[in-house]
Design a protein around this ligand. Structure first.
Ligand code: GLN
Length: 533
């Protein structure tokens, strides 16, 4: 019998519900239980693929090519669960399905309503995840904050779920905030009381409260929360601010949250073992032997979530090299204004991430030129590779107006362009080259040294590709095409001869990096920066 844990959020957003969910999954997995996670998103978009990063943060791509919420990135980084298109459901998807069914005539004669039609569809999506993953425990994170109009159908489905799956097989966890009021020097439980009241009005009595707090919760405070929120005192879990998100599983384990959950479900399993995580992730993270600086030159620099997986992958690379990495976030438009010398002088490595649209492109190209000429370790991702190709074509091959047709459709030297099949695409949602594709690595190249494998598989999210008409020309000047998707003869990896670490890839390696298994392209970058120092 599958067990289900619903995780809701109260008081405010940005409390770290995704990290909390991933951390709970982690401690359960460390007890040899098979877990998976799912995110329910209340917005009406079918997926976040068409949203601006400022609206939504990063779009996380799964192996099967779904464009999903960035919390799925946390789920994959913390656990062994693999995410698929089933692991993220949005209001848009749910309504899309129900409305298509109605048009087909599947509900002939009936009025279609939120209850039961929408809630049935939500529940069936949750059951589908259980069935596809074969997990013993499915954790379902409900997006938004309790009290939002938008998330009501999801919460209603969560309430009903107990009737379908049975009392003993469903658990509700509510993540909430206990604010500290400085002038009164007091922590306040009232917002949490109200948030739990709202949940109870909907018919959900949380079993466990996870309290985000700056200050330690005294016994009295826990008793008060317990009394007013109708939860046992032992199940009031404290979640203080920590330096690294990777400490959170240890914080929960310290309060035997795994035991509390298993006893609710009546499950017996092996004791939890987080020793490796503690030793190989947390301890290494806090005992760096050296510091390096990496510049991330992008256009969504102001928003931490826009390049979430990239920043995490850089952290993982620091862990694996035992190096403290300071990330210098540089707006590529500032490079256009002030020049690369001013902003990149003395930097240990340069990373240019993916992106869409022409704004800031010339700044990225200038940063890449600076890294190429000054032999600074460089990693280009997706758009970062496309810019590296344009820069090399201009700077080393004399093709002055080399560009991607995404930015200059009439360029004489379209080094990056659309494949024929993309030229006829009219709809923007879900129509890029998405998900995992295989790639063959050329022997005796930097890529071969980094991957130590002949065949790899990486995730994609782009429309434009390297234009093979320019391959010979660029090759003759020292660009190496070290990774190819053979079936379509598409360039996946480029690198430069005579540079210590200059590599750029058409895919997104950041999605596969883990804290205890850093992605080799990232750990190679940090190693190269550390060695240079
Ligand atoms: N805009 C580019 C393309 O569509 C790159 C996309 C990306 O960096 N993810 O091909």
């Amino acid at each position: 019998m599958t067990k289900y844990i619903f995780i809701t959020g109260g008081v405010i957003s940005s409390l770290g519900k995704g990290i909390a969910s991933a951390s709970i999954a982690k401690i359960l997995e460390s007890r040899s239980l098979k877990v998976t996670l799912m995110k329910l998103d209340p917005y009406i978009n079918v997926d976040p693929g068409t949203m601006n990063p400022y609206q939504h943060g990063e779009v996380y791509v799964t192996e099967d090519g779904a464009e999903t919420d960035l919390d799925l990135g946390h789920y994959e980084r913390f656990t062994k669960a693999s995410m698929t298109k089933f692991n993220n459901a949005t209001t848009g998807q749910v309504y899309n399905t129900v409305i298509s069914r109605e048009r087909r005539g599947d509900y002939l004669g009936k009025t279609i309503q939120v209850i039961p039609h929408i809630t049935d569809e939500i529940k069936s999506r949750i059951k589908k995840v259980a069935q596809v993953s074969q997990a013993e425990i499915v954790l379902i994170e409900v997006g938004g904050t309790v009290g939002d109009i938008e998330s009501l159908p999801f919460l209603e489905a969560a309430r009903q779920f107990k009737l379908d799956a049975g009392e003993k097989n469903v658990l509700y966890i509510h993540l909430t905030l206990i604010p500290y009021i400085k002038v009164a020097d007091e922590i306040k439980t009232k917002p949490t009381q109200h948030s739990v009241q709202t949940l109870r009005q909907i018919g959900i009595q949380p079993d466990i409260l996870i309290c985000r707090t700056e200050k330690q919760l005294s016994d009295e405070v826990k008793e008060k929360i317990s009394l007013f929120c109708n939860v046992r005192k032992e199940t009031v879990i404290e979640s203080p601010d920590v330096e690294s998100i990777y400490q959170v599983p240890l914080v929960f384990k310290g309060q035997i949250l795994d035991e509390i959950i298993l006893s609710h479900f009546g499950l017996i399993s092996k004791p939890s073992n987080l020793k490796d995580w503690e030793k190989n992730v947390v301890e290494r993270l806090f005992s760096p032997k050296q510091t390096v600086q990496v510049a991330v030159v992008g256009k969504y620099i102001g928003l931490q979530d826009a390049y979430k997986s990239i920043y995490e992958a850089i952290t993982h690379a620091g862990i694996s090299n035992q190096v403290k990495v300071e990330v210098k976030k540089i707006d590529s438009e500032d490079i256009e204004k002030y020049g690369p010398e001013k902003l990149l002088k003395g930097i240990g490595a340069v990373l240019v991430p993916g992106g869409f649209g022409g704004r800031g492109i010339e700044g990225k190209i200038k940063a890449i030129e600076f890294a190429r000429k000054n032999k600074i370790p460089f990693l280009g991702l997706c758009l970062g590779m496309q810019c590296a190709v344009a820069e090399f074509a201009r700077g080393a091959c004399g093709l002055k107006d080399a560009n991607s047709t995404e930015f200059k459709s009439k360029t004489k030297n379209p080094v990056i362009s659309l494949l024929v099949e993309q030229k006829d695409v009219l709809e923007l949602g879900g129509t890029m080259r998405l998900g995992a594709y295989p790639c063959r690595i050329k022997a005796n190249t930097l890529a071969a040294k980094i991957y130590k494998q002949k065949f790899i598989s990486e995730r994609h999210r782009h429309r434009y590709e390297f234009n093979n008409k320019f391959r010979k020309k660029l090759e003759s000047k020292g660009m190496v095409f070290s990774g190819i998707y053979q079936k379509r003869n598409l360039v996946e990896i480029v690198e430069l001869k005579g540079h210590p670490y200059f590599i750029a890839v058409q895919f997104h390696p950041e999605f596969k990096s883990k804290p205890d298994a850093a992605h080799p392209l990232f750990s190679g970058l940090i190693r190269a920066a550390a060695e240079k120092k």
